[in-house]
Design a protein around this ligand. Structure first.
Ligand code: CO8
Length: 258
């Protein structure tokens, strides 16, 4: 395993687990953390044994946002020339499914990081918000775009303009999170979900994710065409033959990811 300072990385069966680990700063996201996160994602993406990736934080915080102390003195030229935030996009380019397990604060860049995952499982202690406006700035890692798609304009606009926090129950009702579970069950539930996904055909899961994400990028007619072509391609895979044979033979499928 690689030596990281701001994250913990482990594998549990077919699941790659990344735990954000700057507890004294409520997992505030600095350059080092994003760099290490990206390296860990590269590793899991390249690892044939990994079928799903889980990103989580601590009981108190998934992440309380970008590191304000690191950002405070930046100039426009620093931000522009350094292409500030561009490196945060790595997670949304993952081809394997990525689940965010959120307990405590997911604020600013932390909320944006969670929304960059494929879906969010939340502890009942989770609190989501885009408080950037209180710092005299605005969301810069997708908050004004992904939050609107997740919860609609009214709630997204209110959250971004007031900076107020939304609790887990409201977030679930609004469609930001897939499911809320008691805090003490979050990690076990998230692992169970990730393991279930990792046990599927990896190819089928990757293609499914790709098609669902298309829905946010294109028109319905184009999305349907894209889905149909991808669906057709599945009949070229061994996993389709195995999955359907297993059903007919009333046994569990043994996907070979081919
Ligand atoms: N950056 C740096 N340090 C932080 C951050 C942060 N975002 N959040 C908390 N910390 C630190 C605190 O400074 C404190 O450190 P210290 O003990 O040295 O003073 C420690 O974490 C514990 O925090 P608190 O004492 O404040 O803990 P509380 O339980 O009292 O409060 C809160 C928790 C409400 C979460 C509070 O810490 C808070 O409001 N944090 C800031 C939240 C925020 O504004 N987030 C948005 C940041 S801006 C952003 O994300 C911009 C994104 C733009 C795109 C991406 C940019 C990279």
């Amino acid at each position: 395993a690689m030596a990281f300072e701001t994250i913990l990385v482990e594998t549990k069966g077919g699941v790659g687990v990344i735990t954000l680990n700057r507890p004294a700063q409520l997992n505030a996201l600095n350059d080092q953390l994003i760099g290490e996160l990206n390296q860990a994602l590269d590793g899991f993406e390249a690892d044939e044994a990994i079928g799903a990736i889980l990103v989580t934080g601590s009981d108190k915080a998934f992440a309380a946002g970008a590191d304000i102390k690191e950002m405070a003195a930046k100039t426009y030229m620093d931000a522009y020339k350094g292409d500030f935030i561009a490196s945060w996009e790595r997670i949304s380019r993952c081809r394997k499914p990525v689940i965010a397990a959120v307990a405590g604060f997911a604020l600013g860049g932390g909320c944006e990081l969670a929304m960059s995952c494929d879906f969010v499982l939340a502890a009942d202690t989770a609190k989501f918000g885009q408080p950037e406006i209180k710092l005299g700035i605005m969301p810069g890692a997708g908050g004004t775009q992904r939050l609107v798609r997740a919860v609609g304009k009214a709630k997204a606009m209110e959250l971004c303009l007031t900076g107020r926090m939304m609790d887990a129950e409201e977030a679930e009702r609004a469609g930001l999170v897939a499911r809320v579970v008691p805090a003490q069950d979050l990690l076990a539930e998230a692992l169970k979900t990730a393991e279930a996904i990792a046990a599927m055909s990896h190819t089928a899961a990757m293609m499914t994710k790709d098609c669902v994400n298309r829905a946010f990028e294109t028109t319905l007619a184009e999305g349907i065409r894209y889905e149909r072509r991808t669906f057709h391609a599945m009949f070229a895979t061994d996993d389709q033959k195995e999955g359907m044979a297993a059903f007919m033979e009333k046994r569990r499928p043994q996907f070979r990811n081919s």
